[in-house]
Design a protein around this ligand. Structure first.
Ligand code: ATP
Ligand code: MG
Length: 333
């Protein structure tokens, strides 16, 4: 089976965009791939975090993987920082990465808002950590949003260069961009994507939101001018709401437009809230039923399984580079 890797950063409460853009697809991937799913906590550190909050969020995200139905028997579920090979391979790859390659990354340019001088080195180096994540597991496929395409190109370039200069070590991965739901927009501003690190929580449906919060957020959601309820790219706010409706009901666009041809925004928002609450209820129940001990067992086992693969790849990379003393000695004997 082909191998797939994907992660979520513990930078904020997990939300509907993460579900639609990532977790929902993961459920499908469980049928076709050998999967490695992880909480990307080392990536979260590229932006300042409160340590206590971060520690809780790491567990919250992992618990949510299980609550939405990711099966630890089928998939390897782990926390990135539990597997030290990620950090170590990052260093080795840093030494084959060029400054210019990282300087070209548009996400660094966007995120380093306070300017280059004050931006963290970790933020600059983020794409190399991502390359290490992917290459450690000899990954075939990495599902990513449009925003990560450039980072995946770098990952491929680094793998190809390392293999050429030091010998065949890494599988060269392919990006995979899902067609639908690749980008849910904020409910309060349809030109911004729904995101964990958004300062305005009203735009974001959190998977752990209580029913009244969900009702309130949909009620306050922005809509476009006009009254018609149709999928229409020139009316991004209403289209975003309809996309959510479509994902919750599995109806076709025609069915949805027909249903709402005689109804108004208020009804759409009511129905959205009702469907959303209904959808989240069992997820939240499962989330609350998973004990700390159960979660730790899953993550300990996931870490052990991940390290079997990761340590093998890292060992090979070290041997190739000449920094594996014990292996070298046995080779010279
Ligand atoms: P941050 O704001 O810290 O970057 P985020 O909300 O963008 O957080 P990530 O951890 O970066 O979340 O992304 C986790 C997964 O969720 C990725 O696969 C990403 O493509 C997907 N994702 C994030 N936001 C959305 C969204 N609005 N619509 C669809 N998919 C999304
Ligand atoms: Mg993101």
């Amino acid at each position: 089976m082909r191998r797939l890797l994907s992660g979520v950063k513990p930078t904020g409460p997990i939300h509907l965009g993460n579900y639609i853009g990532a977790l929902r697809n993961w459920l499908q991937f469980q049928l076709d791939y050998e999967n490695f799913f992880f909480v990307a906590d080392l990536h979260a550190l590229t932006v300042r975090q409160d340590p206590k909050v971060l520690a809780e969020r790491i567990r919250e995200i992992a618990r949510m993987f299980l609550a939405v139905g990711i099966d630890p028997q089928k998939s390897v579920i782990f926390v990135q920082s539990d597997v030290p090979e990620h950090s170590e391979l990052t260093w080795l790859l840093n030494c084959v990465t060029r400054m210019g390659e990282l300087e070209r990354m548009t996400q660094f340019k966007d995120k380093a808002r306070e300017g280059r001088e004050r931006a963290g080195v970790g933020l600059f180096d983020y794409p190399v950590l991502m390359a290490a994540d992917v290459l450690l597991y000899q990954t075939d496929v990495v599902p990513v949003g449009e925003d990560q395409k450039q980072h995946m190109e770098l990952t491929r370039d680094l793998a190809i260069r390392f293999n050429r200069d030091y010998g065949e070590t890494f599988r060269v991965p392919e990006p995979f961009i899902p067609e639908v739901g690749a980008r849910l927009m904020s409910l309060s501003n349809a030109s911004k994507k729904m995101s964990k690190s958004d300062d305005d929580p009203q735009g974001c449906i959190e998977l752990l939101d209580a029913p009244d919060a969900i009702t309130r957020k949909f009620k306050r959601a922005v809509t476009d001018s006009g009254t018609e309820i149709r999928f229409d790219p020139s009316r991004p706010a209403i289209t975003n709401l309809l996309v959510i409706y479509q994902l919750l009901t599995n109806q076709t666009r025609e069915e949805i437009e027909t249903h709402f041809s005689t109804r108004g925004y208020a009804q759409l928002k009511n129905e959205l809230a009702e469907r959303m609450i209904e959808f989240l209820k069992p997820v939240q129940e499962r989330f609350n039923s998973i004990t700390d001990a159960e979660l730790d067992t899953v993550l300990d086992e996931g870490c052990a399984r991940a390290r079997v693969v990761a340590s093998q790849t890292l060992g090979e990379a070290r041997r190739r580079l000449g920094v594996e003393r014990k292996a070298m000695r046995s080779m010279s004997q």
